[in-house]
Design a binder for this molecule. Structure first.
Ligand code: ATP
Length: 302
């Protein structure tokens, strides 16, 4: 798999306090990678490091395969755009003026592309209105447009839904999906709102106490959180044979346990198993929601 960004054993210390403690992660090309962690977990610190705003105390990371210690790192960082903490916009300027200013900062030869950018983030009708009179959602979208100047193919957003009303959250979500699907931009988003991330993310990194405790794709996470029946039997191999015969989806957990992804008639299952000399010891429904999956991970880490 091709990775836009990787981190290896990154530590960040503020005096004696360790904000990041040997954190490793990999963001696949084309992903919407949700960096999930509660307040103080280390998300912003990690993002500031990737953006070159801070340096790790120990450890290194790569962007497009270029090591953070290489002199080429600043060059590849031009391929990324970021909105860290608050959007970097001039409040006394209109949306267009903000983008023109960013084009100047980047030394772009002309203002070509600004109209398309305004349209992309839904600010084509904002006209001369100054950004200080924008809603929070409009400011966030302008911040993203500023980050998109220079056509990056990796976008980093720190808590983009923070403080937004439900309408603003939907607009940001749709924008991120569009950027990812239509403009092929890999996105790294930090958030502590799991439910919101679950509508977007293709991959997750769960971070706690400055450590990456689990990286998982959304497909794997969905499978882990699916409703199923956990069956305990005297011989899982026999159970597998019986379930194959019933054409039912299942996953073997151990030599005595399996998760069955279907509602089965327990009496029929017990009978079919007993005919092959296998005892059904117990069966119960298992429903691990995203939230409880995360809480289990975090409590396991402690
Ligand atoms: P939040 O969602 O609240 O922004 P976060 O996951 O982004 O949380 P960070 O901002 O990265 O967390 O902070 C991680 C830890 O490092 C926190 O305990 C924070 O207090 C501490 N920290 C961050 N910056 C500094 C600093 N400049 N000096 C000292 N400690 C800091």
């Amino acid at each position: 798999m091709e990775y836009v960004m990787t981190a290896r054993s990154v530590c960040k210390e503020y005096g004696k306090f360790r904000a990041l403690s040997g954190l490793s992660m990999s963001v696949p090309k084309g992903a919407i990678y949700g960096l999930v962690g509660k307040n103080g977990a280390g998300k912003t610190t990690l993002i500031r490091i990737i953006c070159g705003l801070q340096t790790p105390t120990i450890g290194e990371y790569t962007l497009y395969g270029v090591n953070s210690k290489s002199p080429k790192i600043d060059g590849v960082r031009r391929r990324m755009g970021a909105v860290v903490e608050t959007p970097s916009i001039y409040l006394d300027m209109s949306a267009r003026q903000n983008l023109e200013e960013q084009y100047r900062v980047l030394g772009m030869p002309s203002f070509e592309g600004i109209d398309a950018l305004l349209k992309l983030v839904g600010l084509e009708d904002a006209g001369k209105k100054k950004s200080k009179n924008f809603s929070l959602g409009m400011r966030q979208r302008l911040g993203i447009a500023v980050a998109l100047c220079g056509n990056p193919d990796f976008l980093v957003l720190d808590e983009p839904a923070n403080g937004l009303d439900p309408q603003g959250i939907v607009e940001i979500r749709e924008l991120i999906l569009k950027l990812n699907r239509e403009n092929n931009i890999t996105v790294l988003i930090s958030s502590h709102i799991l439910d919101e991330l679950s509508r977007l993310a293709t991959h997750y990194g769960f971070i706690d106490g400055g450590k990456m405790i689990k990286e998982i794709s959304s497909d794997e996470l969905e499978a882990a959180c699916r409703k199923c029946q956990r069956a305990e039997v005297s011989d899982a191999a026999v159970l597998a044979r019986v379930l194959d015969g019933m054409n039912v989806e299942y996953r073997i957990i151990s030599d005595k346990e399996a998760d069955i992804y279907a509602k089965l008639n327990i009496t029929s299952l017990a009978k079919a198993l007993s005919e092959q000399g296998c005892e059904l010891i117990s069966i119960h429904e298992k429903d691990e929601s995203l939230e409880s999956y995360y809480l289990n991970l975090v409590s396991g880490n402690r």
